[in-house]
Design a binder for this molecule. Structure first.
Ligand SMILES: *[C@@H]1O[C@H](CO)[C@@H](O)[C@H](O)[C@H]1NC(C)=O
Ligand SMILES: *[C@@H]1O[C@H](CO)[C@@H](O)[C@H](O)[C@H]1NC(C)=O
Ligand SMILES: *[C@@H]1O[C@H](CO)[C@@H](O)[C@H](O)[C@H]1NC(C)=O
Ligand SMILES: *[C@@H]1O[C@H](CO)[C@@H](O)[C@H](O)[C@H]1NC(C)=O
Ligand SMILES: *[C@@H]1O[C@H](CO)[C@@H](O)[C@H](O)[C@H]1NC(C)=O
Length: 396
């Protein structure tokens, strides 16, 4: 009772909001922040020395924690400005954090919270591994599903045109002088012998040169974000934005194959979409703000499932940047007494990540409007809430 009264009071004190709408509820679907490279065999793909990382493969780095803290600080300031958070420690009906079980997702959520709510002891919920809500695996056990899925993924794979990007990476690596080439006779990243691996209960993945290249690009971008000197970022051979764009096409292409066909994306994302829908559907009981901390697989399959229009993230090379957040906002139009929805991709630019730049209401992270193909927005990107709910029900 006390909390509810306080909240009302809190909302009433907000008089500076430029919009005529009041923010009622937020779901933040986030990717973890900067981590160490995932691949363990990078020494075999180049004769050159890689920079060394202190943490284990796939772990959030202290820089990643710092960057996610900056996001936490910003979100706290923004949500206070909109009147949905107060200056007191939030209870779980106000703010609820749920992360996938991996170290990088749990610690990302903790870092966000530490700076959003200093000294508040807000808990990060997570389950035992593997948590089905975040686990990006194939669920449908039928052969018919498998046949269509593999066919669609193969079509995407065939249509990738990455030769220039792959050649660039091959040259950066001196791939022809690598162990991979000399002792395994794998000397050509452009070689088309990529294979899609599909198994029920597993994440789909590709083996072959494309996977090698994608792992390398992942190591490059993480070392760039981590702030290594440029001699330790692709040995200083990526010298401008166009180079970055060119090599990122490899990860985008890889992800496009495994996570961006509608059938597969919808199947993989189903448990997470269900979890989010339960929050959207229940009016009073669900938390005002929910932070969900997952992986690019979660971001990409959810993006595909919601059938958004094509989007461009300014000042970013990635399609689903580290620390990036899809922010679903439920607003209330006081004048017309109706609920509205707005969705933004909120993320740190590559420069904000690399230089660890602080964020504030004056210097915010990047906001990109996400537009649904299946609902009609007003000129400011707001949808009628009930239209969105009908659409959401059709996805389940
Ligand atoms: C599995 O996929 C098939 C083919 O797309 C579909 O008809 C069926 O409903 C799916 N089953 C489940 C449990 O989703
Ligand atoms: C890309 O390179 C491979 C291997 O060299 C070649 O077979 C293929 O035709 C090239 N694709 C295009 C679109 O040039
Ligand atoms: C997914 O595919 C659509 C349509 O082919 C494309 O516009 C979009 O950029 C892709 N999304 C990602 C994240 O690659
Ligand atoms: C970052 O910005 C926040 C909000 O403006 C401020 O409270 C904090 O002191 C700043 N931190 C640093 C390290 O400048
Ligand atoms: C959403 O729009 C797509 C076309 O972009 C259409 O194929 C699909 O059936 C629509 N879904 C719903 C639930 O209306």
């Amino acid at each position: 009772m006390f909390v509810k009264l306080f909240l009302v009071f809190c909302a009433l004190t907000v008089t500076t909001v430029e919009s005529k709408y009041r923010l009622k509820q937020v779901i933040i679907l986030s990717r973890h922040n900067v981590r160490t490279p995932l691949a363990r065999n990078l020494n075999e793909v180049t004769p050159k020395p890689w920079p060394s990382w202190k943490e284990k493969p796939g772990y959030l780095t202290p820089k990643g924690a710092y960057l996610e803290g900056i996001m936490g600080g910003y979100f706290s300031a923004w949500l206070k400005k909109e009147g949905i958070l107060c200056s007191v420690c939030p209870t779980e009906d106000i703010f609820y954090a749920y992360a996938n079980t991996e170290q990088r997702t749990v610690v990302s959520a903790m870092s966000f919270i530490d700076k959003a709510f200093p000294n508040c002891n807000v808990k990060v919920h997570f389950k035992e591994k593997p948590d089905p809500v975040f686990n990006p695996v194939i669920h449908n056990e039928t052969t018919i599903f498998k046949n269509i899925a593999v066919k669609e993924m193969n079509t995407r794979l065939k249509h990738l045109s990455l030769n220039n990007s792959l050649l660039f990476v091959e040259n950066i690596l001196d791939y022809k002088d690598s162990v991979q080439c000399k002792s395994k006779n794998e000397c050509d990243l452009l070689d088309n012998k990529n294979k899609i691996n599909y198994r029920v209960g597993y994440k789909p993945y590709i083996t072959g040169p494309l996977k090698v290249s994608k792992s390398v690009v992942d190591a490059f971008i993480m070392s760039y974000y981590e702030g290594f000197p440029m001699k330790d970022v692709a040995w200083d051979l990526i010298t401008d934005k166009d180079h970055w764009k060119q090599i990122m096409e490899i990860s985008n292409g890889y992800h496009d194959v495994i996570f961006n066909t509608t059938l597969v994306a919808k199947d993989i994302a189903a448990p997470l979409i269900k979890y989010m829908s339960d929050i959207f559907f229940s009016k009073e009981e669900s938390p005002k703000i929910t932070l969900l901390m997952g992986h690019d697989a979660n971001m990409l399959t959810v993006l595909n499932t919601f059938n958004f229009k094509a989007y461009t993230l300014q000042n970013q090379f990635e399609k689903s940047p580290v620390g990036g957040k899809i922010v679903f906002q439920k607003w209330f139009d006081e004048k017309h007494k109706k609920d509205l929805l707005k969705i933004n991709y909120v993320y740190q630019s590559t420069e904000q990540l690399r230089h660890g730049l602080n964020l504030s209401l004056e210097i915010p992270p990047e906001f990109t409007l996400l537009e649904l193909k299946n609902c009609t927005a007003d000129s400011n990107g707001f949808y009628v809430w009930d239209d969105f709910i009908s659409f959401l029900k059709s996805l389940l």
